[in-house]
Design a protein around this ligand. Structure first.
Ligand code: AMP
Ligand code: SF4
Length: 484
């Protein structure tokens, strides 16, 4: 769950729920494959990881803080028997490094064992939590996800599946979820399909994962995307698909295409992350071409867009910045001082490429402007004659409440500064963003199928007054001006 620094959220911990989920049913080596799946999904969450396996009677749990490769080893994986398992990677938190918040969550209740892994963010979690606590519910964590477990436990529906459906009809927001019971797995995607969730098969067993790069590592076959609003039950009886929610328009996160998903993944049913990023760059070149000697990416996420810009703009592509791959993503560092340091630690300029050159530097997004400012300085110090910053998405003007970690509106530089003011701040010779149309037309399918709220403030799920209060969206210090 995202809890922004200045927001009046009751729980002290700050969650940033950009996460990865994985599940497997019917495999002798369920935990080992879950480990591999989580390894491939490391980019979606680097702060903590957990695996829960099940053998039909009992659940077995291993969790830890840090990277997947550091948490699990032969010994810990041997403690995870059973033919089914689910796993979760969690993104960074600006505090509250606490194992109690590490997913999957698991409980034992009237219907047996239950474990749950969630990617997304529920906008009414605090409202529901307050109600549940008023009825005596005791929460173990500060996570929005735990609310789902309580709602399932409190439901009056007669079967377990009906309880899950009942619970999920009460939560609002983004959820790609994998649940495990003693009998099988349930995978479900919220009605808008805000976050991806894919279904595959590996040697007769079912697998689900946030992105298909997890399947590739297992040699699993991609079957299809779990559709927005679809719930599937995976068990010895095979696959059983349900539609438990009233139908709404899809609103899949377009930022997965811009930045978050791995370029080798297939998401939202299309094999198009890499090609979309290139198309964003081509379009950017068309919209904001500048006479320059070379185009360089901010590695790694800016690479496909820079290739597209180079192709579209007829300017040679070069590698002018080198990334140290052993440092985590800049953005996960919580403090300004560390973040500044982080850019230097992570990226270094190549003087022989840059000296005397007019340089176009392409990045996927500009959030606070911290990275860009550092990069421009670095390029000039390495001899660049001119530095033209190009961003392959529109200005980010409003926070995401659906599971992507964005800072508050106050910290989003484009929410309160013009492009010219930002250009001055980052000290570039020129700065241009991709237009909203340019971004939406570069993504596969129709523009209307995507959420673009962080660029437009048009949130696909209207906030109730209580949610506005809880999320700090109301009043003079409101974090967002208006919602749809
Ligand atoms: P900033 O320095 O705050 O402008 O951050 C911009 C950089 O952060 C870009 O290079 C992006 O690739 C990266 N970025 C954008 N959004 C996120 C996110 N939600 N999590 C991690 N990194 C991000
Ligand atoms: Fe994605 Fe932005 Fe919508 Fe969040 S607000 S789901 S980051 S498009």
């Amino acid at each position: 769950m995202i809890m922004h620094k200045e927001l009046p959220i009751i729980s002290p911990d700050k969650f940033h729920d950009e996460c990865a989920v994985f599940g497997i049913y019917g495999h002798e080596e369920a935990a080992n494959l879950t480990y591999l799946g989580l390894y491939a999904l490391q980019h979606r969450g680097q702060e903590a990881s957990g695996i829960v396996s099940g053998d039909g009677d009992q659940f077995y749990i291993q969790k830890g803080m840090g990277l997947v490769a550091d948490i699990y080893n032969k010994t810990t994986l041997e403690k995870l028997p059973g033919r089914m398992a689910i796993g979760h990677n969690r993104y960074s938190t600006a505090g509250g490094n606490d194992l109690k918040n590490v997913q999957p969550f698991n409980v034992n209740f009237a219907f047996g064992n239950l474990a749950l892994a969630h990617n997304g963010n529920l906008i009414n979690a605090q409202v529901l939590r307050n109600e549940l606590e008023a009825y005596g519910a005791i929460f173990q964590s500060t996570s929005d996800t735990e609310v789902i477990i309580h709602l399932i436990a409190h439901s009056r529906a007669s079967t377990f599946l009906a309880r899950v459906m009942d619970a999920l009809n009460q939560v609002r927001g983004a959820f790609s979820l994998v649940l495990m019971t003693d009998n099988g797995l349930i995978a479900v995607r919220d009605p808008h399909g805000l976050r991806p969730l894919c279904l595959g098969r590996v040697r007769g067993s079912w697998v689900v994962a946030s992105e298909t790069c997890a399947f590739d590592l297992l040699d699993a076959e991609y079957i299809r995307e779990i559709e927005p609003g679809e719930l599937v039950v995976l068990s010895d009886q095979g696959i059983d698909s349900h539609r438990p929610f009233p139908k709404v328009d899809p609103a899949m996160c377009v930022f997965e295409y811009v930045y978050f998903a791995r370029p080798d993944s297939r998401i939202y049913g299309a094999n198009a992350v890499y090609s979309t990023r290139k198309a964003l760059g081509r379009r950017l070149a068309k919209e904001s071409w500048v006479d320059a000697d070379i185009v360089i990416p901010v590695p790694d996420s800016g690479v496909p867009a820079a290739l597209g810009y180079s192709e579209g703009g007829g300017i040679p592509f070069e590698t002018g910045l080198i990334r140290n791959h052993y440092v985590g993503r800049t953005f996960i560092e919580p403090e300004q001082s560390i973040r500044h340091f982080g850019v230097k630690v992570k990226l270094n300029a190549v003087p022989e490429v840059l000296t005397g050159k007019r340089v176009v530097v392409v990045d996927d997004s500009l959030v606070r402007g911290t990275t860009s400012r550092k990069i421009v300085k670095m390029l000039r110090n390495a001899g660049a004659k001119e530095v033209h910053m190009r961003i392959s998405s529109p200005p980010i003007v409003s926070p995401c409440f659906y599971g992507i970690d964005t800072p508050t509106k106050k910290e989003l530089i484009a929410s309160n500064h013009s492009t010219e003011e930002i250009r001055k701040y980052i000290t570039a010779d020129s700065l241009a963003y991709l237009s909203l149309d340019g971004m939406l037309q570069s993504a596969p399918g129709v523009p209307a199928q995507y959420c673009n709220a962080c660029f437009t403030e048009k949130y696909p799920i209207a906030f109730t007054r209580a949610e506005e209060m809880q999320l700090g969206l109301f009043g003079p210090s409101a974090d967002v001006k208006k919602v749809m």
